[in-house]
Design a protein around this ligand. Structure first.
Ligand code: PMP
Length: 434
């Protein structure tokens, strides 16, 4: 075993020597994961882990239908979307069919960052307005434009002081720990409306307002009732467009709604999708109206060598088939409800549990040192994640204070795994004296 440990250590050192990451890897001594199955991961040491974080592998790890479809397609053809083949047409139609009118035109890219970048370019191109309004405590990607609108200080401590001047941020409309809490959260929308009106009055009407339509990065916090309706209306009043980032929360994960914006009863002008749509294969999409897409035509260029390739489109179609055939949105609703009530029950025994955010299989367990002051239990959350790994569960923190366990497992998670997860959390919280 010690020989194996040494060889694992050498591989980790080689990773650090050759592979550029800014965020680094999870855990100081991460297990080497070379296999996955449904909502389970297996290490080279022969341990299995319950995967609570992988919203990318939405239909589960190593799904045989995806493996078969990709293999078949790779044997036949893989090329770019300037060629004419059926899968890109079928996938674009299926995706557009999942969105309300007038969202009928699909751009296929390779990631969420690209989708957000393109969405902002579409909005700026179509409106001729170069300013963008985004929320604080948000993450939207790493490309030039998507990074510019990423404001989470957990990812970048200088995020709020280093945004380019075309980016304007609004208060994180967090009804749990933001400036306005509980019923007072209804104040966020009029304040946002006021800020947008002031921006327009200063001669900089925004071309786009961008937000996750259910606040994933902040821990799965729903936006206050009516928030997007009011803010979208104000942005549109000044000629701008409403852009929804559905990259984390969309595609059935919320259980009750396929898209986060449905919870807010709005229809965005541009929707960004990624992660779940490719189940780990690089695939992202921007969906908008024909009119907005047409206006962009004489403003900019779009072509992606691999976006919407025959293989990517086949993956996209197969993921949609699996979501439907395995009723995974229904499972998100059912398993999510079981999970949420299990986590809420933990709150009765463990004072560190502040609240449980979220819907379906996008939940956030917020840990606080004091339920009145809401002092974030940041170190305790990190310690808890380390202990959970030892006990066979992969779970990680999110939010600006890294004190919220992000709970977003593959959508196929079952009741046995949910019970194991809550029992293991109970045990770890007890052991750590919380
Ligand atoms: N938007 C949101 C809300 C995200 O969570 C992420 C990824 N964490 C992105 C955009 C960027 O997606 P990608 O990593 O595929 O570029």
């Amino acid at each position: 075993l010690s020989e194996q440990r040494q060889s694992e250590q050498r591989l980790l050192e080689r990773r650090e020597g050759s592979f550029a990451t800014v965020q680094g890897h999870y855990y100081s001594a991460p297990p080497r994961i070379e296999r996955g199955w449904r909502h389970h991961l297996a290490s080279t040491e022969g341990r299995s882990y319950l995967d609570i974080v992988n919203n990318v592998a939405a239909v589960g790890h190593a799904h045989p239908r995806i493996e078969e479809a990709v293999t078949r397609q790779l044997r036949r053809l893989n090329t770019n979307s300037r060629f004419h083949y059926s899968s890109v047409v079928e996938f674009s139609e299926r995706l557009a069919g999942l969105l309300p009118d007038p969202l009928d035109t699909v751009f296929l890219v390779n990631s969420g960052s690209e989708a957000v970048d393109l969405a902002l370019r579409l909005a700026i191109g179509a409106t001729g307005q170069h300013d963008v309004v985004a929320l604080r405590e948000a993450y939207h990607g790493w490309t030039y434009a998507s990074d510019a609108v990423s404001t989470s200080i957990a990812d970048n401590p200088n995020a709020l002081t280093s945004r380019p001047d075309w980016v304007h941020t609004l208060d994180s409309p967090n009804s749990y720990r933001g400036r306005h809490r509980g019923p007072q959260a209804s104040r966020y929308a009029p304040e946002a409306v006021h800020a947008i009106a002031e921006l327009a009055a200063s001669g900089r009407p925004p071309g786009a307002f961008l937000a996750e339509s259910y606040y994933g990065n902040a821990g799965g916090v729903p936006l206050p009732t009516g928030y997007l309706a009011e803010v979208y209306a104000e942005v549109r009043r000044h000629g701008g467009l409403a852009v929804a980032d559905e990259i984390q929360v969309g595609y059935g994960r919320l259980g009750n709604w396929f898209w986060g914006f449905e919870q807010q009863q709005v229809v965005p002008d541009i929707v960004c999708v990624a992660k779940a749509i490719g189940n780990g294969h690089p695939l992202g999409a921007v969906v908008t109206s024909r009119a907005i897409a047409e206006r962009y035509r004489d403003q900019g260029y779009f072509f992606s060598s691999t976006g919407g390739s025959p293989v990517s489109s086949t993956v996209g179609l197969t993921v949609l088939d699996i979501l439907r055939d395995e009723d995974l949105q229904g499972n998100a609703l059912r398993s999510g409800a079981l999970l949420k009530s299990g986590l809420q029950a933990l709150g009765e025994r463990h004072p560190i549990v502040g609240t449980v955010h979220g819907s379906g299989l996008y939940l956030g367990l917020e840990l606080v040192r004091d339920r009145q002051s809401l002092e974030p239990a940041t170190e305790e959350t990190a310690e808890l994640c380390d202990r959970m790994l030892e006990l066979g569960v992969v779970v990680q923190p999110t939010g600006d204070h890294l004190n919220i366990l992000k709970i977003k497992p593959p959508l196929c998670i079952d009741a046995a795994a949910v019970t194991f997860f809550t029992a293991t959390l109970d045990r770890a919280l007890t052991e750590l004296g919380h």
